[in-house]
Design a binder for this molecule. Structure first.
Ligand SMILES: [Zn+2]
Length: 417
């Protein structure tokens, strides 16, 4: 069985330890590969607290650590940890292949978490016959390494977004770096209050905040207030994604009101099943949806007028000069205010109220790629939908950092995936 030890020496070698006595262990109809680890001759153990070398005090009972399976066969390391007689007390030794009380090797954690990035945590657990909690602790190991080793300097542009992560109006505040040269999720806060965003700026620190040149966000009042107070020098931009979100909410609101009225008259079939057709971008509609949409558009409905008003607003984003964009905004809001459609009037009022911040978008246009916040928002939703079993904020936080944080990963001499 020397070959196993040779393979391990190639891909997972430790200076002060050696692999010995690899063998097969049978348990009922299953079997696994078991390998002993022993300290190299004449080497002293390191204190796990202060990392100084010291003489052995005594040995603890044998512990087992799961390693990456070979040909689908579980691989287990056995080791009897030494206790070190250190100047800081009698301490358990530092074992470079694991951390804390874990029964997994770090390599296996990195391996599992790389699969958990592609699959749901549940599927990852099923494939490798480990529990959901094991997958979670693997992701936790990789994420906490990444967070403590990432670099937060040279951040100029932020995108702030909120996302619902559980039913019952449970929101998260997500802060992204959206610079051309680096796009990633940098912070997650529970809830979407002013207090939440204050917490972010506290973590981010005054020096980094003073280097910010622009912040994209929704016009959510709580956020605006904090941005103006904490980063007064950065240009505040209401980006396209967030503004169009308000239009969609207006269409949806109008559709709901109108459905109710039509139902009373027995005409509700016209709008039935139209929700996603009306909210989707026209270019993403399927053939079927297009024909359904053309039927809906023939009716003189409030929802249809609402839809057309949104479509006519899309031109706004194509302007190159702020002057013409401002003029368009004035004209469009005037028409919308006369439409007598309450939800769309609400949008028009909001656009007027935030005119300057909206027009800031044209100053930013060449720096922030259009749709970057939207892209992140979709990925975050997908991550949540992949049902990681978001029982708590902590789990949501881990999964989102893992997938969107672009975090540095612990290094291995050999990549398993
Ligand atoms: Zn020590």
């Amino acid at each position: 069985m020397l070959i196993i030890e040779r393979i391990l020496n190639e891909c997972y070698r430790f200076k002060s330890f050696v692999y010995r006595n690899s063998r097969i262990e049978r348990v009922k109809d299953k079997f696994r590969i078991v390998v002993n680890i022993i300290p190299r001759k004449n080497s002293q153990g390191k204190c796990s607290k202060c990392f100084r070398k010291g003489p052995t005090y005594d040995h603890q009972d044998e512990r087992r650590f799961s390693f990456v399976p070979l040909w689908g066969i579980p691989v287990v390391f056995c080791y009897k940890p030494r206790r070190i007689d250190c100047s800081c007390g009698v301490k358990i030794e530092f074992m470079p292949w694991t951390k804390g009380n874990s029964h997994l090797t770090n390599a296996y954690k990195i391996f599992l978490s790389s699969w958990a990035k592609r699959l749901s945590w549940k599927e990852t657990g099923q494939i490798f016959s480990v529990s959901w909690d094991t997958v979670m602790s693997s992701v936790e190991y990789v994420v906490s390494y990444g967070l403590s080793n990432r670099c937060l300097s040279r951040i100029e542009t932020l995108g702030i977004d909120e996302i619902q992560y559980r039913t019952g109006k449970k929101y998260l505040t997500l802060v992204y770096q959206i610079d051309e040269y680096c796009k990633r999720l940098i912070w997650i806060g529970e809830e979407h209050k002013a207090k939440t965003l204050f917490k972010f700026f506290k973590m981010f620190g005054e020096e980094r905040t003073s280097q910010l040149t622009a912040i994209c966000s929704d016009m959510w009042k709580a956020y605006r207030k904090v941005i103006v107070k904490k980063a007064p020098n950065a240009i505040h931009v209401l980006d396209r994604f967030h503004i169009m979100k308000h239009f969609n909410e207006a269409i949806d609101e109008s559709r709901r009101q109108e459905m109710k009225k039509l139902k009373e008259k027995g005409y509700d079939l016209i709008l039935k099943g139209s929700r996603w057709i009306l909210l989707k971008k026209a270019k993403n509609l399927t053939e079927n949806q297009i024909s359904k949409l053309s039927v809906i558009l023939k009716h003189n409905l409030q929802t249809v007028r609402c839809y057309l008003l949104r479509e006519s607003f899309q031109r706004f984003w194509e302007y190159k000069s702020i002057y013409w964009a401002r003029l368009f905004l004035k004209r469009w809001t005037t028409i919308a205010m006369r439409s007598k459609i309450e939800p769309i009037k609400k949008v028009a009022k909001m656009l007027r109220r935030h005119e300057d911040v909206i027009l800031n978008w044209f100053k930013m246009k060449n720096r922030v790629s259009n749709g970057i916040v939207e892209g992140f928002n979709n990925k975050a939703k997908l991550t949540i939908r992949k049902s990681y079993g978001f029982k708590s904020f902590k789990v949501a936080e881990l999964a989102l950092y893992h997938v969107l944080g672009n975090l540095p990963e612990p290094e291995l001499t050999h990549r398993f995936t």
